[in-house]
Design a protein around this ligand. Structure first.
Ligand code: TXA
Ligand code: MG
Length: 346
């Protein structure tokens, strides 16, 4: 069923009501959050959630995040609420932190891809909160991009990707954070970061005595022999069409490397993602913030990756920021977009 996708202004309460009605009746709506746009459906409606997987072309073994608008609503989804939950939720919710906990029986298996845990997040975007409240149910929402592509941080990104596949995109402006939430598993004894994101490692450290990082969350693609803890982490992700190489090292070194690539014979077919303060003056260079401004890098990363798809190029090189603060999540996304094709420049 091809429908012309409409972009609705989220400032108009009537539009929020229209989208809530659609979600309540089993439909899909693209919704703004502070991290990235999500593709939302009633999390408790199995058939509606199945449509998310079809629309995104998502593997059925990759579970979804259920979004709630009140901390107390965690009880709708979670069987055992861990001791650390209250402290984490009161500090970081609403916000870019997803908590993985043991699920209860009301959560359909399709949401959790058959796992006995469910990922829950309370977003801070006022439109997301209003919509969830208007629906009266948790909203399951992955990022609103076709699987494998960079996540959308503007309504227009969603329209480019999903036009005619969903009826409505609720336009709540550009996403402030720009990279996805941090996924933290608190279902075991020691909290473990499954995906770095909007809440940083240091911020979590202030609240938790012990917190570990799941090895495959750090860089890349999970090995076949390891059972994936966060199934989403095993795929090449966030990727532009042209193959990309992530360049790790001091920014002056990675900039030097890019300069040598752009200056060789096939320079016209090569593009680069560079820090503002190291950028080369070349039409194939896209910038995404200065080398230590991780917030700006996060906010601009996916838009920058998307612009490469409109360029006549065959290779991309990207400067990777230092893995601190929000730079950790930015570095993670660039490495994954590169499918772990990483060069260390010294
Ligand atoms: O910021 C975000 O988290 C955005 C917005 C829309 O909220 N959502 C998002 O969803 O990034 P998605 O589906 O693109 O990524 C969800 C990640 C995947 O890596 C998935 O494998 C993991 O969370 N995940 C979901 N449920 C899980 C579970 N029960 N156990 C482990 N990992 C889980
Ligand atoms: Mg995603």
């Amino acid at each position: 069923m091809a429908v012309k996708t409409k972009v609705l202004n989220a400032n108009d309460m009537e539009n929020i009501r229209v989208c809530a009605d659609l979600i309540k009746s089993g439909g899909l709506v693209a919704i703004p959050t502070e991290t990235v746009y999500g593709l939302g459906a009633n999390a408790l409606d199995e058939k509606a959630v199945a449509r998310i997987f079809v629309t995104k072309g998502r593997e059925s073994d990759n579970p979804l995040i259920a979004h709630i608008a009140d901390i107390d609503d965690v009880k709708l989804l979670v069987g055992e609420i861990p001791e650390v939950f209250n402290a984490l939720a009161s500090k970081f919710w609403p916000g870019p932190l997803t908590l993985v906990m043991k699920k209860n029986d009301t959560v359909p298996d399709i949401v959790t891809a058959g796992l006995d845990t469910v990922a829950v997040r309370m977003p801070s975007h006022p439109v997301a909160l209003e919509l969830i409240r208007a629906c009266g149910c948790p909203i399951a929402a992955p990022s609103a991009n076709p699987s494998g592509k960079p996540s959308p941080t503007k309504a227009e990104h969603v329209l480019n990707d999903l036009d005619s596949k969903i009826p409505y995109i609720l336009d709540g402006g550009d996403c402030e954070v720009g990279v996805e939430s941090t996924v933290l598993d608190i279902s075991g004894n020691i909290p473990q970061i499954l995906r770095p994101g909007g809440v940083t490692f240091d911020e979590l450290k202030t609240m938790l005595q012990d917190v570990t990082v799941y090895k495959q969350a750090e860089t890349g693609i999970e090995s076949e022999s390891l059972k994936p803890r966060s199934p989403g982490m095993k795929y090449r992700h966030y990727a532009p069409k042209a193959p990309m190489t992530a360049l790790v090292g001091k920014p002056e070194k990675t900039a030097e490397y890019i300069k040598s690539c752009l200056c060789n014979g096939k320079g016209n077919n090569i593009a680069a993602l560079m820090f503002d303060d190291y950028a080369l003056d070349n039409p194939n260079v896209i910038t995404f913030g200065s080398s230590e401004d991780y917030e700006t890098q996060a906010a601009r990363l996916y838009d920058a990756l998307r612009t490469f798809d409109d360029m006549a190029i065959t290779e991309i090189y990207a400067q990777v920021p230092e893995e601190r603060d929000l730079g950790y999540a930015v570095a993670n996304r660039i490495k994954k977009a590169a499918g772990d094709n990483i060069i260390t420049c010294t």
